[in-house]
Design a protein around this ligand. Structure first.
Ligand SMILES: Nc1ncnc2c1ncn2[C@@H]1O[C@H](COP(=O)(O)OP(=O)(O)OP(=O)(O)O)[C@@H](O)[C@H]1O
Length: 414
């Protein structure tokens, strides 16, 4: 039996005992005053006294949560083409194009009011927009937004609400998840309608997480979670095999699991490879390059304080040619320094693509061998490596394409 199974068993035994204790206590309270039940009440009091109470060890008390498995989607999960959105006459964004693949975990960033929530709702089909938006084959989507809390049924208990949303989860597992979201013991029996706004929001999040899905859209999921619950969610997100699109101001949370960042800025959406740290470093670099460029341009425009006195030769035009040559060389240098990081990036991606394609081919040969299929553990190992290589290959292609696009952009501007 592995550790996870043992933990599940121990927790299940603990939960069963807790339920039995609760029943006995309720019986005692209810019939304490009834002489006809005195014998049964006494026997339960004794039973509770004699009971060897199970304890959860520290590690068992640490809550882990993993998502219920969902069938895998096709390779492409979401495609957006020239999507525009306006409210009344106010444009929120325009020409949003985005293509996400299975396993992508995307963080959406932007200043307040940039349109992050609106974009997520459009992706979830909850908000209309102009343009083409399509989900890939077999994509099963779930969405969590702040208004979900208002849609809970008030008369249901917390446990019932989440348990009914789950398809194949045991009560023990649901309780464990609720524990991760700060509802322990009897609290899970509270009716939803008596809960605070933050508590309702946590129930809505738990309800969403137990539904089997392969694409999760989450809008500010950590808003009402304490640090431990955030960590539980963060770990589960990192291990989740499906795709995630998340809007969150919580940088540490998002940074730990995203592999792409979509920045909404001035009505445009720009895709960056990597996590939030990578995105911020790239932006810093871009801003520094831009500032350096502006400084240079400014200094070129300024008349030279100690302009050399023109000689006859200068007047004949050869001095202007010299200056022209100097400026051209300077411009070339600027261009090269702008192009260099992108050229390096493209070259590195090309190398990776070559390596990954070779490995993928080797694995394909291996996988075509019927002997391998007969050896299930090896087959699983090889097919996992194959999927991973294919995923990485897609990423490297995207990096290469982005870098090539930038190179062309810079060259066309010059
Ligand atoms: N239903 C609506 N009617 C009119 N304007 C709206 C509507 N919903 C959003 N907006 C406007 O669209 C813009 C984008 O809002 P959105 O909530 O998507 O931004 P956000 O990036 O999620 O902001 P925050 O980070 O503050 O949550 C804002 O100017 C907002 O006022």
């Amino acid at each position: 039996m592995d550790k996870a199974q043992r933990m599940e068993l121990e927790r299940s035994a603990y939960d069963n005992q807790q339920a039995m204790i609760k029943q006995a206590e309720q019986f005692i309270i209810r019939f304490r005053a009834k002489s006809t039940k005195a014998k049964q009440v006494q026997s339960r009091v004794k039973q509770l006294e004699k009971l060897e109470r199970l304890e959860l060890s520290e590690s068992e008390r640490t809550i882990h949560f993993s998502f219920p498995p969902a069938m895998p989607s096709g390779r492409d999960i979401l495609q957006m083409d020239q999507v525009n959105k306006s409210f009344d006459n106010k444009k929120v964004f325009r020409d949003v194009c985005l293509s996400l693949q299975r396993g992508d975990k995307l963080g959406v960033v932007g200043v307040n009011g940039a349109g992050k929530t609106t974009l997520l709702k459009i992706m979830a089909g909850l908000e209309a927009a102009e343009g083409d938006i399509s989900l890939g084959h077999n994509v099963v989507l779930t969405y969590f937004g702040q208004h979900q809390a208002q849609e809970l049924y008030g008369e249901s208990s917390i446990l019932d609400t989440v348990y009914h949303a789950a398809q194949d989860m045991t009560v023990t597992k649901v309780r464990s998840l609720l524990g991760a979201f700060l509802f322990t013991g009897d609290e899970v029996d509270k009716q939803v309608q008596v809960l605070s706004g933050g508590e309702k929001s946590r129930v809505a999040l738990a309800k969403m997480l137990v539904k089997p899905a392969n694409l999760m859209l989450l809008d500010e999921p950590t808003n009402h979670l304490d640090i431990t619950s955030q960590e539980v969610l963060q770990e589960a997100m990192a291990q989740y095999e499906g795709s995630i699109i998340v809007v969150s101001h919580n940088r540490a949370f998002v940074n730990s699991f995203v592999n792409k960042v979509l920045e909404i800025r001035d009505g445009r959406a720009i895709l960056h490879e990597g996590n939030i740290d990578d995105y911020l470093a790239a932006r810093k670099q871009l801003e520094e390059d831009k500032a350096g460029q502006q400084k240079k341009e400014k200094s070129q425009k300024k008349p030279q304080k100690s302009a050399p006195v023109k000689t006859e030769q200068d007047a004949s035009g050869s001095g202007d040619r010299k200056e022209d040559r100097r400026l051209r060389a300077q411009r070339r240098q600027q261009l090269n320094s702008q192009l260099k990081p992108w050229k390096n990036k493209a070259a590195a991606a090309e190398k990776q693509v070559e390596k990954l394609e070779k490995r993928k081919e080797e694995l394909e040969v291996l996988m075509a061998d019927p002997d391998l299929y007969a050896d299930q553990p090896r087959w699983l190992k090889v097919s996992k490596e194959y999927n991973e290589a294919a995923k990485q290959l897609e990423r490297q292609y995207a990096v290469w394409e982005e870098a090539q696009g930038k190179i062309e952009e810079v060259e066309n501007e010059s």
